[in-house]
Design a protein around this ligand. Structure first.
Ligand code: RIB
Ligand code: CA
Length: 318
């Protein structure tokens, strides 16, 4: 039976690819998208998620507005680097029509709590932005940590440097307190960090495959991803492609054998000079009960094959 999935997205370009990946995965049933801030403001991310679902003919998937800023802040401003990488509208400045519907009246936090109670261990929660929604849900109903099957998060860096600070990755850096609370909560979690996502790269060769489909979905995903690849030519020219961060988290949800993990209880530093660092929790280092693991190896060719097959399936539009 397919696992129930909540995607918690700051819908930028790789988040959008994560939606396509999830829709193209028979192992996963997308029961809802919860919006967060990060690559864009929360309202823009939710707008993007709704528009992408409409483009893919999936108006049946509900979308929920989440928390608009970090736990310790009163507002949120999009970072210049986020706008450079994802475009002003978050999806590479590619224009797609607004959906005809609005987000649900229930908020993201309540949807997460309700789903945890309804689906229990069948529920996979996949955040690919800051973890403010889950931290807020855990504060409101701590019991959900024992109910949800697993959180498979894109964020953090254990064995490699960060991407917004030498010690911090972007999603964790947006709200270190939130990530620290979810990491320490005991919620079973797999961290898909830069350790593995910067090994999974896409080039213009692959996006041309989607463009050649001659469908609105193929054109969208190709144009949007080309914008992202172009940005990577400036920010990380040594990689030779763009990092498939968020789709890899969905890939691991569909097929955990794509990565090898280190079992380790984690924490996030919340104080300077290493605020936002994801690292082993020294207080729980010797606990036999490891509630977290961190992906440290990825089967790149197999993931890229899966990625292309699944995105292409959705981009075909049939
Ligand atoms: O560090 C990469 C992550 O930051 C991705 O989730 C990307 O979408 C941004 O949110
Ligand atoms: Ca993201």
């Amino acid at each position: 039976m397919a696992k129930k999935v909540i995607l918690d997205l700051d819908t930028g370009i790789d988040d959008a690819l994560a939606i396509f990946y999830c829709l193209g995965s028979p192992e996963l049933e997308l029961i809802g998208i919860t919006g967060t801030y990060g690559n864009v403001q929360v309202a823009q991310g939710v707008r993007n998620a709704l528009a992408i679902l409409a483009l893919c003919g999936r108006d049946d998937v509900p979308v929920f507005l989440g928390e608009p800023h970090a736990l310790s802040k009163k507002s949120f401003e999009v970072m210049e680097i986020s706008e450079f990488i994802h475009g002003k509208n978050g999806i590479g400045n590619v224009g797609i029509p607004d959906a005809e519907r609005q987000p649900e009246s229930m908020g993201a936090v309540d949807f997460i709590i309700e789903s945890a109670h309804t689906y229990q261990k069948d529920l996979l929660y996949i955040p690919t932005g800051p973890q403010t929604n889950m931290a807020t849900a855990l504060r409101k109903d701590p019991s959900i940590k024992d109910r949800i099957g697993r959180m498979i998060l894109m964020g953090g860096a254990l064995t490699v440097p960060g991407n917004v600070q030498p010690w911090a990755e972007a999603n964790i850096n947006q709200d270190p307190e939130a990530a620290n609370e979810t990491f320490r909560s005991g919620l079973p979690a797999t961290m898909i960090g830069l350790d593995v996502t910067l090994q999974t790269l896409l080039t213009y060769k692959e996006t041309q495959v989607w463009r050649d489909l001659n469908t609105p979905q193929g054109a969208f995903v190709a144009d949007m991803t080309d914008y992202y690849i172009k940005a990577y030519e400036t920010t990380a020219p040594y990689l030779g492609g763009c990092g498939l961060h968020d789709p890899l988290a969905v890939g691991v949800a569909a097929d955990p054998s794509l990565v090898k993990c280190l079992d380790i209880n984690m924490k996030v530093d919340t104080e300077d000079p290493v605020r936002g660092r994801t690292i082993g929790n020294e207080m729980k280092l010797n606990n036999s009960d490891k509630t977290m693991n961190v992906a440290v190896e990825v089967d790149v060719p197999r993931f890229l094959d899966e990625f292309m097959a699944r995105i292409t399936r959705v981009a075909q539009g049939s």
